[in-house]
Design a protein around this ligand. Structure first.
Ligand code: MG
Length: 411
């Protein structure tokens, strides 16, 4: 079982205002992405690429999963630039090394890259560049138009021939790596490889001691040399012997075929944490929403008021105009006709009269009825009992000549 220890760092450098590089590393996947594009678009592109590759490899830890992740990154960066014109032209390099499963329980370090971010292998103090830059100058070297020495200073050495986010069809270099215990791999953006020559890189990346210290020393040295670009470095050290199952090869693979996920997925370390956060977030959201509805409901039905209920005097629970979808409810009405009240009382009731409780509202209705009765010549002394009354309210001492009807009992 191939395993590695790792350390990584990224730095804005001394000239650029923002860091458009993105790095990611865990115990099975390492990514360096060097974004490009104004208005922070480079940062968006590199971050999108890292996320897409990570997500794909998480569900499919195979070469096909890595290829699919790079394809996803290309597609997502392109589509994002289409809907966000300010990010038009953004792109990113990607340098990826993943421990891929081959279906028989064997894991192999596999490197994929697009652009000029690099991978180096260190063994016994010797540094070997594994990746070939996708730049005009390097392409010309491969075509025999330039020597390697001429390419080092050629003005088109930084002009990329491939990058994520440029074209729908992306060519990806793929390489299965031979590693043995003690080997180190250095993945970096050009902010490191442009500032430090291979001998310097080898001395710092291969220095004995903690990987963190080596990465820090690499970043610091690149800044001492000028720090003209964003600087990113990931250092991997293999701690067990690995017997590769494939020879080193380079493959142009514009479209990885769909492959069923038949190999065991690597542990989803972030799964439980994500689930836990989602659960806490959902609970908090539910609590906030619940509190909101509770407060609105309480406010909506926190008062009573008198108003006409058809021909009669009604007592309503709620706010006169309602609150959101909580409409006032008719909870009681007298048997007295509105038309029998004094005009001033009719007007007051039509304008609604607020009362703090149903008892106070009823009492005020009785009071208004009392005024009516006081001004009305007596016509009868017969008392008509109330019908179906379930509310316990104070019955006025005034002689009652009209039936009292309870519409709804509201304690
Ligand atoms: Mg760069």
């Amino acid at each position: 079982m191939t395993r590695w220890r790792y350390a990584a760092a990224t730095d804005t450098g001394l000239v650029r205002e923002t860091n458009q590089d993105a790095v990611f590393v865990d115990d099975a996947l390492a990514i360096v992405a060097d974004g490009m594009g104004g208005h922070a678009a480079g940062e968006v592109a590199s971050a999108m690429a890292v996320e897409a590759i990570y997500n794909s490899f998480l569900t499919r830890p195979t070469i096909e999963g890595l290829l699919s992740g790079v394809q996803d990154a290309n597609r997502e960066v392109l589509s994002d630039a289409k809907v966000n014109p300010e990010r038009f032209g953004m792109g990113t390099t990607v340098m990826v090394v993943g421990l891929t499963h081959d279906g028989s329980g064997v894991t192999t370090p596999t490197m994929l890259h697009v652009g000029d971010s690099r991978a180096y292998q260190l063994r016994d103090g010797a540094l070997r560049q594994l990746s070939a830059d996708h730049s005009v100058a390097e392409e010309w070297v491969r075509m025999g138009r330039l020597t390697s020495e001429e390419a080092l200073t050629h003005p088109r050495r930084h002009q990329l021939t491939r990058a994520i986010g440029v074209d729908d069809n992306i060519e990806i270099d793929v390489m299965s790596l031979h590693v043995q215990s003690g080997d180190r791999l250095l993945l970096c953006s050009d902010g490191l490889s442009n500032e430090l020559d291979p001998a310097h890189l080898a001395a710092l990346a291969g220095a004995p001691g903690p990987l963190d210290a080596a990465v820090t020393n690499l970043i610091d040295a690149a800044k001492v040399s000028g720090g003209r670009d964003n600087i990113s470095a990931v250092l991997l050290e293999f701690d067990e012997a690995h017997e590769p199952t494939r020879s080193i090869n380079t493959t142009m693979s514009p479209a990885p075929p769909p492959v069923a996920d038949t190999v065991p997925s690597r542990p989803r370390k972030r799964g439980p944490r994500l689930t836990w956060r989602v659960a806490v977030g959902a609970l908090l959201l539910a609590a906030v929403v619940g509190a909101f509805f509770f407060i609105v409901h309480w406010y909506a039905y926190s008062t009573y008021y008198l108003a006409p209920a058809g021909k009669y005097i009604g007592v309503y629970e709620g706010q006169p105009n309602g609150v959101m979808w909580y409409k006032p409810k008719l909870v009681w009405k007298t048997g007295d006709l509105m038309s029998q009240l004094e005009p001033a009382a009719q007007l007051a009731i039509k304008a609604t009269i607020a009362e703090p409780s149903i008892t106070a509202a009823r009492n005020y209705a009785y009071y208004l009825r009392g005024l009516y009765m006081a001004s009305r010549p007596p016509t009868t002394t017969t008392t008509v009992p109330s019908t179906t009354t379930t509310t316990k309210s104070a019955v006025p001492t005034t002689t009652v000549t009209h039936a009292t009807t309870t519409v709804a009992a509201k304690g």
